[in-house]
Design a protein around this ligand. Structure first.
Ligand SMILES: [Mg+2]
Length: 438
């Protein structure tokens, strides 16, 4: 791979607390230091965190508690206290904010910092800065963190993992190739075991070898997300720091039908309308859901729900529609007439950032995104029903400002049957260009 001409075209730090939940617990239970400790999930069902010595003795995250107890009889099992971990997390980020104002909270115990310009401000090099950050967290909170600093987010994250616990790893541009030679493809965030196995078949074992593969082959083997990773391995900066507001827990679109009915077609039409609005809002806000909940309110005001997991985090209308139909299938026929319905997007993630999607491949959805963004823009500008699924036409227009155009363009029995998708795509494209021209 070509080495970077400069050591610090940009500089990012990745800070990752070591065994965060366990470390938090040890602060208030110092008598447990030196013993193998694990923290259990909220229902005390499985292990969600473990100390290094528990890990060395075979305890793994996700392991059922009974199995952990059997495997390691002296293991101290503690109930989780997420409120306390949240407070500790806030304190950790407050310490880090004294070093750089530009911080992305990547998870409860991990963050990225933009380090550009800090050497001049603190009058020291990046290694000294990393050591000072580690010391500040350790002295003020009593927990340790590992820090990686490099030219982009991906390399910084790999660097922080290279020297755990309580280590600093600094990888300047001219040392990237050397650093990657010592890391396997499985060490690259976003390259899971399956992709690492695929790469091995093509003789690509180390991260450096992946960086050396040509653009066309990376694209063929790993798709667009692989190209982004490959560019970051080569020292470019692709993934931006995301300092946005906190993620909402869920987003809901529900409303009364204005009547009570057992007509499935009518309920589907209303659901289609809610799904469409939800998809537009999520697209505009750059959010995706991993789960969709369908809600029906029955004549006696009882609510019934069906949860549908999505194959991957999505904000795409066709994807969410299919999930809504599956949810409705589960709830149909209802015991009484339906008076209201709606959809709730759950387990939200940011489109460009959340763990598991930051580097994930979602080809079709990525290709279609500009279309949905255009429709969202059209509806923001000309009224939210300017372009809408045909099935939603059953939902009566509310009074107020009338839209200037209306294109009920998605055809099909329920308005979102997958087999009509490719043709409706073309019609939507046409609709967008008409609106943009007028
Ligand atoms: Mg951690």
């Amino acid at each position: 791979m070509r080495s970077l001409p400069r050591d610090w075209p940009r500089a990012f730090a990745h800070v990752d607390a070591d065994c965060f939940y366990v470390s938090c617990e040890l602060i208030r239970r110092p008598e447990l230091r030196g013993r193998p400790v694990a923290v259990m999930s909220s229902q005390d069902a499985c292990v969600v965190a473990k100390s290094y010595d528990a890990k060395a003795r075979g305890i793994a995250t996700g392991m059922p508690v009974w199995e952990a107890e059997k495997r390691l009889p002296g293991l101290v099992l503690l109930p989780a206290d997420f409120r306390f971990y949240g407070l500790m997390s806030a304190r950790m980020f407050a310490v880090l904010a004294r070093f750089s104002p530009e911080i992305e909270r990547y998870s409860i115990d991990e963050g990225f910092l933009d380090m550009e310009g800090l050497r001049g401000l603190f009058r020291c090099d990046y290694r000294t800065l990393a050591d000072r950050m580690r010391r500040a967290v350790r002295e003020e909170l009593g927990i340790t963190v590992s820090i990686g600093i490099s030219v982009n987010k991906l390399l910084a994250k790999m660097a922080s993992e290279a020297n755990k616990p309580d280590g600093s790893t600094v990888v300047p541009g001219r040392r990237v190739a050397e650093f990657l030679a010592g890391r396997s493809c499985g060490d690259i965030p976003g390259i899971g075991a399956r992709r690492a196995a695929l790469l091995r078949k093509f003789g690509v074992h180390t991260a450096r070898q992946l960086a050396d593969v040509g653009f066309a082959q990376v694209r063929r083997l790993l798709g667009k997300f692989g190209v982004d990773i490959w560019r970051e391995l080569n020292g470019e900066q692709v993934f931006a720091l995301d300092m946005g507001e906190a993620l909402p827990k869920s987003m809901a679109r529900t409303a009364s039908l204005g009547c009570r009915t057992r007509a499935r077609r009518l309920v589907e039409g209303h659901l289609s309308y809610h799904v469409f609005r939800l998809a537009m809002d999520m697209t505009s806000r750059g959010l995706r859901a991993r789960r969709l909940r369908v809600m029906l309110r029955l004549g006696n005001f009882e609510r019934v729900y069906a949860d549908v997991p999505l194959p991957r985090a999505s904000s795409s209308y066709p994807q969410l529609s299919r999930a809504a139909i599956r949810g409705l299938d589960e709830l149909w026929p209802p015991e009484r007439e339906v008076g209201a319905c709606g959809v709730i997007a759950m387990s939200l993630a940011r489109a460009n950032q959340a763990q598991g999607t930051l580097f994930a491949d979602d080809g079709e959805e990525t290709r279609m995104l500009p279309l949905w963004e255009s429709i969202a823009r059209i509806n923001r500008k000309y009224g939210r029903r300017t372009v809408q699924p045909a099935a939603s036409a059953v939902v009566p227009e509310r009074t107020g400002r009338q839209p200037r155009f209306r294109y009920p363009v998605i055809e099909g029995r329920a308005g979102y049957a997958s087999e009509t998708y490719s043709t409706s795509k073309q019609v939507l494209m046409a609709a967008c260009s008409i609106v943009f021209r007028s």
